[in-house]
Ligand binder design. Structure first.
Ligand code: HAM
Length: 417
């Protein structure tokens, strides 16, 4: 047997209804907020992610699936959606057509992380971006959209954690303060963080190694280094979140694992998964579009992890329970042809219909009808066939009646209305 790749997973038929429900609810919610769908490839030039996400990030340094293709190009499976979306927006000059562009995409991402509960190497994201708008109202609206997706799906025990990571200017000042604080601890840091001290000290605040986490706990906080503009922006975001009734709290030590963020950053924390595994995250990026060759426009977006979201939802829920309108029990030797014709007629009339052609007993077929959550069973045996009738059983009440074969579609359609 050839097995699945480590950290990858199948979504089996028993899970796909829940999965589909999440995808549909997220898409409907985002459309209601004015987002339109964009679909970009799962693979891009490696350089895009290096430039977009940042060379000195865990994702780019350690987690990308990167390879040289047969033509000698260095390509990577996308570890996130934002860079690819922006590449597409810039390449097709979409911001020339719409000054403000709101797009979303839902699809698989790939990171070669160590697999654990809620952490996979292929995982799905619901990802949304608002481009060309730097108003703090938009930050709050993006956070509200993420919250609304979760609320419409019915996820519970959630908290929106927010922070501001400042602009390039505030970050320059903060980097200097951070280096001053870290310097006496330099020998205690992990080898990666020793290197990060020179290249990108902010990433030390995101390290998972115990001793680095300890040191980071006492480090200065970026929120204390915000300039007046960033402070005001952040204040307005909070005010608007309160106005919109979105529950939030400020997490001043949150820095996020991607380099492109400026000003607002946020994460959605799920009680069950713990603080180290957010269900979603996002933030503003005011220079990324330009860095990728586009206009000087800002953006804000977020991504919600579908697997993590699905973990918080029960497998059984009437909103995504399986159900068929009808199960046709074909009984007796002669009913086969009429049964096939009937099944085909029902399906063609928009009635979901399941059957088995293997000719087992009525008892066995009723079990199948139960398993597929059929609302009604139509029984077609030799007797019924001779009278051109079917016996209809309502699976909820147990009531039975007979209906002429030629009237069955209108009978069932009347039922559906
Ligand atoms: P991120 O925080 O790296 O942000 O990922 C967002 C979400 O994707 C996480 O909160 C988590 O639910 C899910 N996720 C990430 N890695 C894994 C994994 N290995 N296994 C399962 N789920 C995972 C971004 O990706 C940004 N691009 C979000 C964004 C969009 N920022 C601005 N626009």
């Amino acid at each position: 047997m050839i097995r699945l790749i480590k950290g990858f997973h199948d979504i089996l038929p028993d899970e796909t209804r829940k999965w589909g429900f999440i995808v549909r609810t997220a898409a409907d919610t985002l459309e209601r907020f004015g987002f339109r769908e964009i679909i970009t490839p799962v693979m891009e030039r490696t350089e895009l992610f290096e430039r977009g996400i940042g060379q000195v990030t865990d994702i780019v340094e350690k987690e990308m699936y990167t390879f040289e293709d047969r033509g000698g190009d260095t390509l990577s499976l996308r570890p996130e959606a934002t860079a690819g979306i922006l590449r597409s927006v810039v390449e097709h000059s979409l911001l020339r057509r719409d000054a403000v562009l709101k797009v979303y995409t839902i699809g698989p991402m790939f990171r070669r992380e160590r697999p654990s509960k809620g952490r996979f190497r292929q995982f799905f994201q619901i990802n949304a971006e608002v481009l060309g708008d730097d108003s703090p109202y938009t930050d709050a609206e993006a956070i509200a959209a993420a919250h609304s997706i979760m609320a419409n799906i019915g996820a519970s025990g959630l908290m929106m954690e927010i922070n501001s990571v400042g602009c390039q200017q505030c970050r320059g000042d903060f980097r200097a303060k951070l280096r001053d604080y870290i310097e006496p601890h330099l020998d205690e840091l992990c080898p990666d963080c020793k290197r990060r001290y020179d290249t990108n000290p902010l990433r030390i605040l995101d390290c998972k190694v115990d001793r680095c986490v300890e040191i980071a706990k006492q480090a200065p906080m970026i929120i204390d280094s915000l300039d007046a503009g960033c402070k005001e922006h952040f204040h307005k975001v909070q005010e608007t979140l309160s106005l919109l009734d979105v529950p939030y709290h400020i997490e001043p030590r949150m820095v996020r694992g991607l380099d492109y963020y400026t000003r607002t950053a946020f994460e959605i924390i799920h009680g069950e998964l713990g603080r180290s595994k957010a269900v979603g995250g996002g933030g503003r990026y005011d220079t990324l579009i330009k860095e990728l060759g586009g206009p000087d426009a800002s953006g804000i977006g977020f991504a919600i992890g579908l697997e993590r979201l699905a973990m918080g939802l029960s497998d059984e829920d009437p909103r995504y329970a399986r159900s068929m309108d009808v199960y046709v029990a074909i009984l007796g030797k002669n009913a086969g042809n009429e049964g096939v014709r009937l099944v085909n007629l029902l399906r063609g009339s928009g009635i979901s219909t399941e059957t088995r052609y293997t000719g087992t007993s009525l008892k066995a077929q009723m079990k199948v009808a139960d398993k597929v959550w059929a609302k009604k069973v139509l029984m077609l045996g030799d007797d019924e066939l001779s009278r051109r009738e079917v016996t209809v059983r309502d699976m909820q009440t147990g009531d039975q009646c007979t209906v002429g074969i030629d009237d069955i579609v209108s009978y069932l359609q009347g039922d559906k209305r």
